[in-house]
Write a protein that binds this ligand. Structure first.
Ligand SMILES: Nc1nc2c(ncn2[C@@H]2O[C@H](COP(=O)(O)OP(=O)(O)OP(=O)(O)O)[C@@H](O)[C@H]2O)c(=O)[nH]1
Ligand SMILES: [Mg+2]
Length: 429
């Protein structure tokens, strides 16, 4: 069973660089003092073992990091925009999602604490102090901040069960899964209705976890009686077992012991997992009248440390408490796990998927006009006041240095042609 969600991530834009001058005795305008803009914040995905599903992304699919601040006079640089970290379950695959389809696998967050950058913040624009040259002591140029990446990614998660429902046939395991999740396993009043494991996402407030319902076990399952005990392997990786027993049957306690014996025979480690006992069918009179008696018997049962809940999958009675107990145990086991893995997480390298960026310098737009798309030139055109004649001269010199003039000629530019850069139009001469 696959859980999936499409999210949109927006990194912050870089702040604009500043044009300013500091008064100095010999220079009429003083030395340049325009500070740089701060970098825009990045968006990271971080694998977190305390999250089990992608359910939360169906309500909250947008993530936006902060923009960098603009640079100021006196060489004051703008602040960096805050990055954000979006937590996802361990085992999440991240796909670049474009035109309604998966375009490229960006990576797989397979370890607790592992990080991936999914949208990179725009770089902060340079202030005019960067554009000083031996022949140009009064630069009027500055860069606008770069745009933060905007991306749609699809998250895919192969669901692993956190909680396993075990018990005898007809106990009501599938009925309970139906009552607490959107899963619809077959329910019927004959034994061995369930023949294959069924997963369901159980929502619990803003959290969610995954439960698995498996075929019933009977006494002697470990020797192959009934459907055998093979299906127990589907609960071996769960963190909590919910042992469901039909309260209306004779010898409830004997049945519980028999199933626990089968579990121990299959794998003693499995028997050590935290277990919750759910005595089902409380809506039936024969169960409610025996509730006190069964409780006492279970309390006196040696070696049984399970919490006991009387529930009814038919009337939902007691199911909220049962869910709460599953969730509490789950959280406890996850906290233990997080504690043991958190120290290592600093050493896990951040995944930096390479998404090819265009390396174009000059393009022809749909109307056949030449447009400069070189990012440095575009930032400079956006960040400088090219209304000023002197700034325009400096800008053209810069285009020469960046070999953009050459690229324009190679692209067929002739005297008198109009060239577009960001919002500016130049008639080349
Ligand atoms: N009265 C009553 N009947 C229930 C309750 N829960 C389940 N049942 C009935 O018990 C029968 C067995 O329920 P299932 O949910 O199929 O039981 P199961 O444990 O999944 O059984 P297998 O798949 O065969 O292992 C069905 O007829 C259900 O309608 C309950 O709380 N009260
Ligand atoms: Mg069933």
């Amino acid at each position: 069973m696959l859980d999936s969600a499409v999210i949109e991530v927006r990194a912050g834009n870089g702040g604009n660089g500043n044009v300013a001058f500091i008064r100095e005795a010999l220079l009429p305008r003083g030395g340049p003092g325009g500070g740089d803009g701060g970098h825009g914040g990045d968006v990271f995905l971080v694998a977190d073992s305390s999250i089990n599903t992608l359910t939360k992304f169906h309500w909250q699919p947008h993530f936006i990091a902060k923009n960098g601040s603009k640079g100021d006079g006196h060489n004051r640089n703008g602040a960096r925009g805050d990055s954000i970290e979006v937590t996802v379950p361990v085992g999440t695959e991240v796909w670049l999602w474009e035109d309604q389809e998966d375009k490229k696998l960006l990576g797989d967050l397979s370890e607790h604490g592992q990080k991936m950058i999914v949208a990179e913040g725009g770089r902060g624009g340079w202030g005019n102090a960067h554009f000083v040259t031996p022949t140009q002591q009064e630069p009027l140029l500055a860069e606008a901040g770069g745009e933060g990446e905007i991306r749609r990614v699809r998250l895919n998660l192969k669901l692993l069960a956190d909680v396993g429902l075990v018990g005898m046939p007809n106990a009501g395991k599938s009925s309970i899964l139906t009552a607490i999740s959107a899963a619809r396993p077959k329910v019927a009043d004959y034994p061995f209705t369930t023949l294959e494991p069924v997963l369901g996402v159980v929502e619990f407030g803003p959290q969610a976890f995954v439960a698995v319902d498996i075929p019933g076990l009977i006494e002697g399952a470990h020797t192959g009686t009934g459907l055998g005990d093979e299906f127990l392997k589907h609960v071996q990786r769960t963190k909590v077992l919910v042992h469901v027993v039909d309260g209306s049957e004779d010898d409830v306690v004997g049945r519980i012991k028999a199933i626990n014996y089968e579990i121990t025979q299959f794998d003693p480690e499995l028997a050590k997992k935290p277990q919750i006992l759910a005595v089902n069918k409380l809506d039936l009179d024969e169960v409610s009248v025996l509730q006190a008696e069964i409780t006492t018997e279970l309390e006196n049962l040696e070696g049984l440390h399970s919490e006991v809940f009387f529930v009814s999958a038919a009337t939902y009675d007691g199911l909220e408490n049962l869910k709460q107990a599953m969730f509490n145990l789950l959280r406890k086991s996850q906290q233990n796990e997080t504690r043991t893995t958190s120290e290592a997480s600093d050493e896990i390298p951040v995944i930096r998927p390479l998404v090819r960026k265009s390396s174009d310098v000059v393009i022809r737009d749909s109307e056949g006009q030449l447009r400069v798309v070189h990012p440095k030139a575009v930032r400079l055109a956006k960040g400088s006041n090219l209304e000023l004649h002197e700034a325009r001269l400096q800008f053209h010199r810069r285009l020469e240095q960046l070999k953009i003039t050459k690229a324009l000629r190679e692209a067929g530019m002739e005297e008198g042609d109009t060239v577009l850069i960001a919002d500016w139009e130049f008639d080349w001469d």
